[in-house]
Design a protein around this ligand. Structure first.
Ligand code: SF4
Ligand code: SF4
Length: 69
């Protein structure tokens, strides 16, 4: 199964839980800061997202949307 995620960057607190729990290493820390001053989570386009949904479940801010193809 293939998937992709959408992270609402501006609401990210940079806690990194999504990165810690993604089994495929698909999420990385951005080089930039959002308006709140956090280095936010972003997708790594070179890693294969399976659409498992773990990142969305773990995010305490509930700002990750998962799409399965
Ligand atoms: S849906 Fe699964 S594979 Fe895709 S980024 Fe989230 S945790 Fe990683
Ligand atoms: S778990 Fe949510 S708040 Fe934490 S870094 Fe990931 S997207 Fe941002």
């Amino acid at each position: 199964m293939q998937g992709k995620i959408l992270i609402h960057h501006e609401k990210c607190k940079g806690c990194r839980l999504c990165m810690t729990f993604c089994p495929k290493g698909c999420i990385r820390v951005s080089a930039k800061l959002n308006a709140k001053g956090y280095a936010y989570a972003e997708c790594d386009p070179d890693k294969p997202c399976t659409g498992c949904g773990t990142c969305a479940l773990m995010c305490p801010e509930a700002i990750i949307e998962v799409y399965r193809e």
